[in-house]
Design a binder for this molecule. Sequence first.
Ligand code: ACO
Length: 448
Amino acid sequence: AKNVGVLAMDIYFPPTCVQQEALEAHDGASKGKYTIGLGQDCMAFCTEVEDVISMSLTAVSSLLEKYNIDPKQIGRLEVGSETVIDKSKSIKTFLMQIFEKYGNTDIEGVDSTNACYGGTAALLNCVNWVESTSWDGRYGLVVCTDSAVYAEGPARPTGGAAAIAMLIGPDAPVSFESKYRGSHMSHVYDFYKPDLASEYPVVDGKLSQTCYLMALDACYKHFCTKYEKFEGSQFSLFDADYVVFHSPYNKLVQKSFARLLFNDFLRNASSVDEADKEKLSPFLNLTGDESYTNRDLEKMSQQVAKPLYDVKVQPTTLIPKQVGNMYTASLYAALASVIHNKHSELAGKRVIMFSYGSGLTATMFSLKLHEGQHPFTLSNIATVMNVRGKLKARQEFPPEKFVETLKLMEHRYGAKDFVTSKDCTLLAPGTYYLTEVDSMYRRFYAQK
Ligand code: ACO
């Protein structure tokens, strides 16, 4: 199979959200801390009728329907998620309800988990399957689904929620340049979920930022080495039309792109002109460790990178800024943003993707975009996703109601024997929602 990659995509995020400006005031944070300091506009969250299973049911059924895919044509289904609802039964098995109805139970794949990286693991598995000798000619399907919620404190505004479904196959409008991949994996405690009674992570915020940037450096280095080996020429940011980052909050994305440019400067690459070289030269002799904490370097590299950021990164930031950190779905929501914003001018472009999951696992990989063939075209993907419409149809909750919802969800996490309000007035037709968890912890969903 050739040009294997993403044929079709759909995204779902809850219609319930809280404005970061309002949350900032409510939390007693200084004005601009969440909106400028973190760079976030708005944050989606699940109410008691939604969870990672309902969101993924919605995303998958919507994708199959809107692209007119016969459920029998799915041969592999992989889920990436770090939101634990059951320690044994995979989210994938819940999604089988959709396929069993059509008599298709011959579907490989289960869930992948490592913080925000699980979706990338699932995607690489599916792409590898289609490229392999075990491929049976049917489609792969990847689902990234997470509800990111934090305990009260500085991390809380970096939550979010969404599910993304991606159909995988050959001759894709979003195809993998499979040879160009760089990974970095290491053992650290930057963000983890050791308390199985709580949905909230334990997080060392500052450490997680540094780990993210160190992983970015390492992946970029490996990526460039592989590119140069196969292409015989140096890679620089000039060879990337768009750079798409896992996006816990936008400020980290701004810093990350600046960091890549600083890497290009250190590698003496063509993307850094003479004037910029001069501005960065005072930082040439910093040790690696110093360079992660030097505020002057951070400021200067962001300033130097700004014109390129506006072209190569800004179009990828819409959904992550509006919905928040969607964990496994975050990187793919950023990819969805550039397809939404630029679909008519993307053919022939190269997109560099950076996936990061705390703990930690990270991979940088490369995608090539093509117009594609109906229904698998970039413009049809943009139409189906209807990002603008979904953002517009949202209901803003005041911060008090957001906090109240999270309190209720704390009680509901790991609980049994309850029925939900079944209130689906805010949900769009076709959306799945949770109705009941019975005395045996079995979960029941209905579709609006
Ligand atoms: N106006 C403008 N900017 C402001 C204001 C203000 N009033 N107040 C603060 N800021 C800026 C700060 O200067 C800082 O920006 P800078 O880094 O460019 O200097 C930024 O706002 C954040 O403020 P801090 O005080 O540095 O950090 P805080 O204690 O608020 O915590 C953090 C931020 C660490 C990101 C926290 O939200 C967190 O732990 N989040 C979860 C972990 C995370 O997302 N890690 C990323 C990778 S791992 C993952 O994906 C889960």
